[in-house]
Design a protein around this ligand. Sequence first.
Ligand SMILES: *Cc1c(COP(=O)(O)O)cnc(C)c1O
Length: 366
Amino acid sequence: MSLPVRPEPKPGIMDIAAYVPGKSAAPAGVAKVHKLSSNENPLGASPKAVEAVRSVAASLEFYPDGAASRLREAIAEVHGLNPDNILCTNGSDEALGLLAQAYLQPGDEGVFTEHGFLVYRIYIQAAGAVPVVVKETEETADVDAILAAVTDRTRIVFLANPNNPTGTYVPFEEVRRLHAGLPKNVLLVLDAAYAEYVRRNDYETGIELVSSFDNVVMTRTFSKVYGLGGARIGWIYAPAHVIAALNRIRGPFNVNAAAIEAGVAAIRDRGHVEKSVAHNDQWLPWLTEKLTKLGLRVTPSIGNFILIHFPDERRSAALADEYLTARGYILRRVAGYGFPNALRMTIGTEEANRGVVAALSDFLKD
Ligand SMILES: *Cc1c(COP(=O)(O)O)cnc(C)c1O
């Protein structure tokens, strides 16, 4: 047997389709760019979080607290949780990756749904496990279909609730039924990245399930309603035995000093959260109505973004994307999510929202 002539990644690594983030640039000459491609808060971060980051700048030579204790305590206080069951991460992406690393080995299966968040597939494959993709019903995760896909090799089920890029959700009774149908050795990961935006009586994040069972965890992020995507702060609420496993494999200083201070300030600024949610409550239905009136189908969303479907080849998502980008409106192509003819739009500022509706109205007439 001849040796490879250079270091080779583990089997499967080069089969992974690398994550493609939302675009952020428009062509030269566009006066103003509205980035509506990554579900960022159009109001920005809390001014208190910005100030907190400024103050950290004076002492960057010091390592951060590796346990992020103050941040865990602030999160615990706001959500009424035990800080020992919280682990802070470099974005919730890191939490999802650590879970896959800790609980999946080659031959195992990780389950997620057809239009589910693409990061799940990446981390399942990176762990050498097999991604199992489950059909959805009406662009919504289907509990019966997920349960039917579980085998004796399944170790993790990832469910974004609400999901990105559809904005649809699974009511809590259905999440409960999903959990009840899973074997006890299968970890149910509830990714509640958009939970703060949800206004539905039949929705819950999963905190209660995590508190009651050994095989459920919830992940959360500061990237969306808190407007801190650039600071990379996420957290996981999990049973002690899961936290103990993740603490063994995470980077020792995985959440940096600026992120810790930004997070503590942001989560305590409830006024900024309320303002951000109120903005979404106003513009999510407005955009849905205006775009529907233009003849575009919009998937009913409870998040801070909408999925807009385009009618035909002459008025395709690709052409609409070009048209909008040329005018400074950067939306998100979602072909990789199984929607070749749709664009995802983050709910933006009033100016951006009105601008997109006007531009799409022109696009459809042209
Ligand atoms: C944006 C998003 C996240 C958050 O990712 P971060 O790493 O925390 O920035 C997680 N899950 C879903 C479904 C998302 O859309």
